[in-house]
Ligand binder design. Structure first.
Ligand SMILES: *Cc1c(COP(=O)(O)O)cnc(C)c1O
Length: 408
């Protein structure tokens, strides 16, 4: 092995993490190699919505580790059907159609790819779209993952540059503008794919009438509404699905992140049976999708969400966070605040005396004060604490935020 000069990394540089090395985590708190504790306001981009090592999730994982961890889908296992039934029980009533199916995958991007494939195949087989002509309408500012097909319809130059040639068949329109979306739908359209709230874009919440208008466009044109709820779903937005907050039922939904409880990658497409039925044996798959360990954890996640208490908690705590952030906005310390559930996007005001020059600098200041957060881009920071966070801890972190907005 070639010796590596001290201080250089063997990692590809596709991330620029804050300078902290974590060793342990419990609930909303993590500890670094120096024994310092931090409140985690990023929560793994919502993959840790139930906190670090939630006891019920860790117990489910431990129990399954001692039984069976992988079968591949070549063979069945005891938890696959119960997992699908439980997820349909939780999410099915929030979707269109009377009967629903689950297609398990691992990462979010795979769930989005699966939804695109199902929509296209449904478009050809059921809607009679001419072969290889299917289009999917998406929105500017989207984030749906990092595969070559998905970055094909990203509007972020960093996500695209150098990765072409791109997959055709996508039309992007301004987010929040239902007329522009309606104008982009034609006889080749099979689906509209949207985040009900754009998380990576900085928690961009659309106008209240946007998603209902999109639903009407989809109904009139007979195309699918696919909601990417990988970040917004499973409690984050103060409901099981963010779509509920807008009284809209999608035809298909992609779930991920929190579905794996911060323990294993678990994603899924849940949707109308008549759509997902087009993916017959041999047409799509995944070696790890629906594995026993994943199902054990995800079943425990569904159990956590079934009473609705965590969703309500996200709403209540979120209102409090929203009030406090609105106060910072009134004081001129922020130039933008967007919240839904326990999820906030804030824009810093760099012209304020003592203000951080960038979102990155604000996160570095917060780190020094024992709070973990991450900028999305430029001067925008997303706050997504675990839904289980202690209200007093959350308030203390917001105090730190207030100070860090004016004090290095
Ligand atoms: C994170 C995210 C994805 C991609 O998930 P990965 O597990 O990183 O592939 C897709 N869609 C949305 C809305 C996301 O937030």
């Amino acid at each position: 092995m070639t010796a590596r000069p001290v201080g250089t990394s063997a990692l590809a540089p596709n991330y620029h993490p804050l300078p902290v090395t974590l060793t342990t985590g419990e609930g909303a708190w993590v500890t670094d190699t120096g024994g310092r504790r931090y409140l985690d306001l990023l929560a793994g981009y919502s993959a840790l919505s139930f906190g670090h090592r939630h006891p019920a999730l860790v117990a489910a994982a431990h129990a399954q580790l001692d039984r069976l961890t992988l079968t591949s889908r070549a063979f069945d296992h005891e938890l696959l059907e119960p997992f699908a039934q439980a997820l349909v029980g939780l999410v099915g009533p929030l979707l269109t159609g009377r009967s629903h199916l689950v297609l398990p995958m691992n990462t979010g991007a795979e769930a989005v790819e699966t939804a695109i494939k199902a929509s296209r195949k449904w478009g050809y087989e059921v809607r009679g779209v001419p072969a290889d002509r299917a289009t999917v309408v998406v929105a500017d500012g989207n984030f749906h993952g990092r595969t070559t097909t998905i970055v094909s319809f990203s509007s972020d130059p960093d996500a695209r540059r150098g990765f072409g040639p791109f997959t055709p068949g996508f039309v992007s329109v301004p987010y929040g503008d239902a007329r522009a979306l309606a104008a982009a739908v034609d006889e080749t359209t099979v689906a509209v794919l949207l985040e009900p709230v754009q998380g990576e874009q900085g928690v961009v919440v659309p106008p209240v009438d946007y998603l209902p208008a999109v639903r009407r466009v989809c109904d009139e044109a007979g195309v699918l509404l696919v909601a990417d709820e990988i970040q917004s779903g499973l409690g984050r937005a103060g409901a099981t699905l963010a779509c509920e907050r807008f009284d809209v039922r999608p035809d298909l939904v992609t779930l991920g992140k929190a579905l794996g409880g911060g323990i294993v990658p678990v994603s899924a497409v849940v949707g109308r049976s008549d759509v997902l039925e087009v993916l017959t044996a041999g047409t799509h798959g995944s070696t790890f999708g629906g594995n026993p360990l994943a199902c054990a954890v995800a079943l425990a996640v569904v159990d956590l969400l079934t009473p609705g208490t965590l969703q309500a908690r996200a709403r209540t705590l979120g209102e409090h966070v929203g009030d406090r952030l609105a106060g910072l906005m009134d004081d001129g310390l922020l130039t933008g605040v967007r919240t839904i559930g326990l999820w906030a996007g804030i824009d810093i005001a760099p012209s304020v005396p003592g203000a951080p020059a960038s979102g990155r600098e604000l996160c570095e200041r917060l780190l020094a004060r024992g709070v973990l957060a991450k900028d999305t881009h430029g001067g925008t920071i997303r706050l997504a604490p675990p839904l289980t966070v202690d209200p007093a801890d959350l308030d203390a972190a917001l105090d730190h935020l207030e100070t860090a907005l004016t004090t290095p």
